[in-house]
Design a protein around this ligand. Sequence first.
Ligand code: ADP
Ligand code: ADP
Ligand code: MG
Length: 484
Amino acid sequence: MWPNFWLMKKVLVANRGEIALRIMRSLKEMGIQTVAVYSEADRMAPHVLYADEAVCLGPAPSNQSYLLGDKIISVCKDLGVDGIHPGYGFLSENADFAKSVFESGIEFIGPSPLAIELMGDKLTAKDTVKGYDIPMVPGTDSAIDDIEVAKSLAQEIGFPILIKASAGGGGKGMRIVESADVFEEQMKLAVSEAVSAFGNGAVFIEKYIASPRHIEIQVLADKHGNVVHLFERECSIQRRHQKVIEEAPSSVLTDELRAEMGLCAVNVALSCNYVGAGTVEFLLDENMNFYFLEMNTRLQVEHPVTEMITGVDLVKQQILVARGEKLSFNQDDLKISGHALEVRVYAEDAKNNFLPDIGVLSSYKRPVGIGVRVDDGFEEGMEIPIYYDPMISKLITYGKDRSESIEIMKRAISDYQIAGIQTTLEFGAFVMGHESFISGNFDTHFVKKYFDPSFLKSDNSNEQMIAAWYAARFFNEKEADFDR
Ligand code: ADP
Ligand code: ADP
Ligand code: MG
């Protein structure tokens, strides 16, 4: 196959905020025209102003704008767009959308619809990687339909166990069950939650790994069967099973374990004929055993830490691969250099259970200087819309080693000036100064074990505003769910 160099003269970015901007920067460097889409709430958003062309999709709720796949495809036809980059969230893991894009003769910058479908469901994913020698968390490998059978299996595995929604994502759809006597009621709750949140009641059981680290491997595959991994990211600092701080490399992997997990990740990619950039997530237990969790078939929020330590621009690679080019490097060409950290700056109040905060960025000054990268999508004076993910920015630092990267992060956090909204920045500073984090001795329970809101300065947060935010967001999510 000849590389389609004539392809991708113009790419539409079907996303908003920091990730839309980040993607467009790489497109510009490659001499590709950029098209932004936006909702009425985002008229003046930086991603709209930055693009060569921009088209309004509709009202603020995502199911009336960013989730309108057919409308996005017709915009592409009108404007002569030849590729769509979906970013993360929204339509990025929607196999039907990817299929419609392909059928319209537009390149979907991501894997095949089949790969998205196979990896988008946790049970199907486990089934797909069978035969590839991938270690799994002990548990059931099909949806539970008989509660008694499931209960005795749970007893065999040993409590506590985790009930998980097969279609779950974003840290949602998980329930810990401590003992057999509450198993049945928890099961019923889990199923009804899975139906209402994901429109799919399939749930399964996993052993609850007591003290795990979340370690994921970045993979990259071209259309010619070449697959490499770009090492790991450690994402164990989480709240609500969602990542807040990530780093690369992990401070606990040996070269041997890194190679072993990397090989597994490559095999997961091979199992579904993966194309493009993807992430294979694992849990690592106290005895350094690792287990496959899931594969995310898109560019990941925390991809910059991998870019910093490898020098590879993952978005450019996605475009090259989509154009049909062969990877220009192999596994042996890839090396880890230095250490990168990322703090996700969410509009959330860490003192108040990380509840989302709302308001206007009355003051917004980014940190600058050696080793500092800020991927954001806001300017001073802007309001954080209630309709979308409350992430304001990603603060990324890079140093020659972990301790230098931590020192730069501490300085960058203190230079970052955000007023008008509560953010996770101060929480980031707390983590950077905590001895468990500094020593590298931590797991996914870091927040529960060590974080006490009293460590942070107090403030006067407006609880009514937060309640209103929640009501609106809940409404919006419900609407969006019907669209998925
Ligand atoms: P990452 O590891 O890249 O942070 P996340 O699981 O946190 O991945 O999800 C990234 C984005 O995708 C977030 O904006 C999140 O809200 C969204 N997302 C992921 N899964 C789902 C889902 N099942 N339903 C709705 N949004 C989701
Ligand atoms: P999601 O699709 O929501 O990202 P994951 O399966 O990737 O779901 O799990 C998200 C997080 O939940 C993990 O990073 C980890 O903190 C926790 N988790 C998931 N499965 C287990 C398990 N079997 N034991 C302990 N923690 C788990
Ligand atoms: Mg996950």
